[in-house]
Each structure stands twice: as structure tokens, then as C-alpha cells.
Ligand binder design. Structure first.
Ligand code: MTE
Ligand code: MO
Length: 222
């Protein structure tokens, strides 16, 4: 895919500054920190980026707080619809994590803050027959994941990154953050979660990406 080539201007191989074109090197220099990259934290086939690229299929949606809601539906005891103000007053937590994009960049050491997936699941009451979750985002983007992956304690419905509100391009006002899977599972502009009893491919999974997407075993394509 051409995106990989496009992105190569923004990324550098961990521990290999020499491989980077000079212009990118200069641009990146002020973002570099002194720590050597801990390669044990970089999954196979990934490069480390210091900046945070934007990857969106299509355009960045507009956000109108008066019309925004988040719906929790499907195999739940209490279907929920949260408006913007109510959602923003739910309990949050911070998670320190790494991001691994299937186009081969990894960003280490981000702190995301948001509502824990576990909290949402508790509020909705997941029925025992539910096995998977479909994240529904603006403009029809979807991503599927097993319930067990969704219920991990590092999964967030996130709206802050390193203490700042997410930018529109990175998913404001809300994105899913599933740090242990490839980043396409972390749907930006999240508007709903649907609990289901069968695995159904989402937007990228229909186009050949893996149903699960574990970066450590390179579950890139299905
Ligand atoms: N709604 C939506 N979510 C999305 C995407 C998208 O195109 N639309 N792209 C996915 C992909 S492929 C990646 S790598 C990450 C990129 O997030 P970022 O732009 O914040 O880096 O978002 C994921 N979530
Ligand atoms: Mo991606």
C-alpha cells in the first residue's frame, strides 16, 4: 500500500538515525529524547516514530457537542445513550502505552486518559452470550474485537493524550484506545459500541486486515 511509502518520510528505524533522510532528521531532531529505544518494546517489523502521524481514511468529521452522543447497544442488559456532557463527567483513568500501526510505525510512551472500557461494560451489563464488540465511529468506520481484548484494563474510551485534549484529527472528542492491538482497531470519532455473539469484520477487516491484529505475532492481514 502506498501509505507505507508516504509515511516513510515521517518515521525512522529505531536505533538507526543514519537511515533517515537529512531533512527529516533535522525536523525530527528537536523531538528526539536522549533515551535509547528499548527494542524489546518494539514488535517485529515496526519502526519507532517520535511524532504522531495522522492516519484517516476519508476526512476529519465535524464535531457538534449538542448533537453528539455515545450509544452502548447489542447484547447488554442496559442499553445506554450518553450525551456529551454526561460522558465527560464519567470517571476516567490514565494509561501509559505504546501504539503500533500496521503501516509499521510505533509510537512509544503515550499517556492516554479516558473512561475505562471496563467501566462502560459494567454500566451496560454485558450479557453472557456476548463474544465480540464492534466499535462504531463517524462516517461508518467500524472495527471488531473480541470481548476479552476489549475488557483489558488498559483499554480506554479516550479523549486526552499527554495531558491535552485530542486534536480533531486524532479523534476528538472520543476515540477507542486498544493499545495491545494494531492501531486500526482504535476507532477515532467513536459514537457507539455494539456487543455481539459472532465476529464480524469491520472497515479494514473487510479490506483484508486481520480479524484480531496482535502486533507481537504480526497479525497484519487475514
Ligand atoms: N474513524 C476512524 N478511526 C480510525 C481510522 C479511520 O480512518 N477512521 N484509522 C485507523 C488507523 S488505520 C490508524 S493507524 C489509527 C490512526 O490514528 P491517528 O490518526 O490518531 O494516528 O486510527 C484508526 N482509527
Ligand atoms: Mo493504521
Amino acid at each position: 500500500m502506498e501509505l507505507g511509502r508516504f509515511l516513510s518520510g515521517f518515521i525512522r528505524q529505531s536505533g538507526d538515525d543514519a537511515a533517515m533522510p537529512e531533512s527529516v532528521h533535522e525536523e525530527a531532531a528537536d523531538a528526539l529524547d536522549a533515551r535509547p529505544t528499548d527494542r524489546s518494546r518494539v514488535p517485529p517489523g515496526q519502526w519507532v516514530t517520535r511524532g504522531w502521524p495522522v492516519l484517516t481514511y476519508g476526512s476529519t468529521p465535524r464535531f457538534d457537542p449538542a448533537r453528539w452522543d455515545l450509544r452502548i447497544v447489542g447484547l447488554v442488559d442496559n442499553p445506554l445513550t450518553w450525551d456529551y456532557e454526561t460522558f465527560m463527567n464519567l470517571p476516567t483513568k490514565k494509561v501509559l502505552c505504546d501504539i503500533h500501526c500496521v503501516t509499521t510505525w510505533s509510537l512509544l510512551d503515550s499517556v492516554f486518559e479516558g473512561v475505562p472500557a471496563e467501566y462502560v461494560a459494567e454500566q451496560a451489563g454485558i450479557k453472557p452470550e456476548a463474544t465480540h464488540v464492534i466499535a462504531h465511529a463517524e462516517q461508518g468506520y467500524t472495527a471488531n474485537l473480541p470481548l476479552a481484548d476489549f475488557l483489558r484494563d488498559d483499554v480506554l474510551l479516550a479523549y486526552k493524550h499527554n495531558g491535552e485534549n485530542l486534536t480533531l484529527d486524532h479523534g476528538w472528542p472520543l476515540r477507542l484506545m486498544v493499545p495491545h492491538l494494531y492501531f486500526w482497531k482504535s476507532a477515532k470519532w467513536l459514537r457507539g459500541l455494539e456487543f455481539v455473539n459472532a465476529d464480524e469484520p469491520g472497515f479494514w477487516e473487510v479490506r483484508g486486515y486481520h480479524m484480531h491484529g496482535d502486533p507481537w505475532t504480526e497479525e497484519r492481514y487475514g
